[in-house]
Design a binder for this molecule. Structure first.
Ligand code: AMP
Ligand code: MG
Length: 436
């Protein structure tokens, strides 16, 4: 099976950009970049059957059909007494005889005739004819009788009906669902041990720049340790991708070509960092261009700016290429602004815009219209307003200051058209953490 088998051949980049109004590779707004990428990337459609416990974060390749009703029986939602609603008076009051006890997981074999009730526990099967459960705390028990006062109960209360969660034959989950804990539990509730999911996306990455050293090497004058491969590795892990680390590749055309070819032959997407800005003396750009269909952009954003995008191929194997800038914050910002959605789409998952939280800016934020800014910021809970926050930046917003990402709770997103923000004004905040 080829690593990069897509259902459809990827479109031509020139064709894609011709559909995007106002496309200017030298000053491309963030939303245009997103549009080009969305039109260009294709899902990788190779399915595999996987044990349920290994499917967290994977994407369903086919609908999961409920083989039975869930719950499979009418049952009690409370500890109390199961009864026939026809036995309740017009005001809801009744006196009933206790016919026996029904426990969860144990069948009650007796009869519950009209005028009587069954002492019942949560989850126990409702006997035939019973459609309502009165919680035990609502009734007074007197020997074999219970007294239900007026006004506490109506027909159907606390009864869980067969099939109310899922109906036999109906899809319980639809293909394309990114599986979260509730979905895994839902599939388990159907008694299903394995699931058809799309195979993991394979993503190769490398760092480029002659000043980069790998961990374990001595740091000579003018050199820095390569942190981008570690951030990229971690971000890709979070997305559930299979990763292929191609290391630091020296600025040598033959080495760069060999590495990119290896990426194409083994991965669906390749991410590089460094070496794509206009001023670069590096060979990376020309090697990328020689291997495929690649555009070099200047994006109207901060941090970020230079980025290469397209596809490259080697011996018939094609990979989507993201040539990210080298600065450690720019790598992360461009990954979250562009690469994340593209990879999710390639994984077969639905892609929705991320929710933005309105927060109050603690200080004035200087910004000029005409570019999108992602300022790293820390949230502070507002006193007496649970769940509401204000935000302040982490300080120096230099794109080489990785500490600004580490300290932040998320980005203050200052949109393309937006100008400076005054202290106290509301701004959009993109949190790093999600709940599930
Ligand atoms: P470039 O995009 O190649 O011009 O790189 C911009 C800046 O990011 C330079 O200061 C590089 O040293 C730095 N840089 C590039 N790649 C990495 C990396 N993998 N890890 C840490 N810093 C990097
Ligand atoms: Mg460089």
């Amino acid at each position: 099976m080829p690593a990069s088998s897509s259902a459809l051949p990827p479109p031509d980049l020139a064709q894609v950009v011709s559909c995007v109004s106002g496309y200017d590779p030298k000053a491309l707004p963030v939303d245009k970049v997103q549009e080009v990428i969305r039109r260009f990337v294709q899902p990788v459609r190779v399915a595999e059957r996987v044990d349920l416990r290994a499917t967290l974060g994977r994407v369903l390749a086919e609908d999961v059909i409920a083989p039975m009703d869930v719950p499979a029986h009418n049952n009690s939602g409370m500890d109390g007494y199961a009864l026939r609603s026809g036995d309740l008076g017009a005001d809801g009051a009744a006196t009933l005889r206790i016919a026996g006890t029904g426990l969860a997981g144990h069948e009650f074999s007796g009869d519950v005739p009209a005028g009587s009730c069954l002492r019942i526990m949560t989850g126990a099967v409702l006997p035939a004819g019973c459609d309502t459960v009165v919680p035990q705390e609502f009734c007074r028990v007197e020997g074999e009788l219970i007294h239900i006062p007026a006004g506490v109960l109506k027909r159907g209360d606390n009864a869980r009906m067969r099939g109310e969660d899922l109906r036999a034959g109906q899809p319980a989950l639809l293909a394309g669902k990114l599986l979260r804990p509730a979905d895994i539990g839902l599939i388990a509730s159907l008694g299903q041990a394995e699931v058809m999911v799309w195979r993991r996306l394979r993503v190769a990455f490398l760092s480029s720049g002659d000043e980069l050293r790998s961990i374990g090497q001595p740091l000579s004058e003018g050199c820095v340790y390569d942190s981008n491969r570690y951030t990229l590795w971690a971000m890709l892990q979070r997305l559930g991708c299979d990763v292929l680390d191609l290391g630091v590749v020296r600025d040598d055309p033959a080495l760069l070509e060999a590495a990119l070819r290896q990426a194409c032959e083994n991965a669906d997407a390749v991410i590089t960092s460094g070496g794509v800005s206009v001023g670069e003396a590096d060979h990376l750009r020309s090697v990328m261009a020689a291997l495929g269909d690649v555009a070099f952009w200047r994006i109207a954003m901060r941090p970020g700016r230079p980025m290469a995008f397209g596809s490259i191929a080697s011996h018939g194997h094609r990979a989507v290429l993201f040539g990210l800038p080298g600065n450690p914050v720019a790598v992360m910002v461009t990954f979250y602004a562009f690469v994340r959605d593209a990879l999710l789409h390639m994984m077969g998952a639905p892609v929705k815009p991320l929710p933005l939280l309105p927060v109050a800016a603690q200080t004035t934020l200087r910004k000029r219209p005409g570019r999108t800014e992602y300022q790293r910021a820390v949230l502070t809970p507002l006193p007496d307003q649970p769940g509401r926050y204000s935000a302040r930046t982490t300080g120096d917003q230099g794109s080489g200051i990785l500490r600004s990402m580490s300290e932040a709770d998320g980005f203050i997103v200052l949109h393309h058209e937006q100008g400076s923000v005054q202290a106290g004004e509301m701004v959009d905040f993109l949190p790093f953490e999600g709940l599930v």
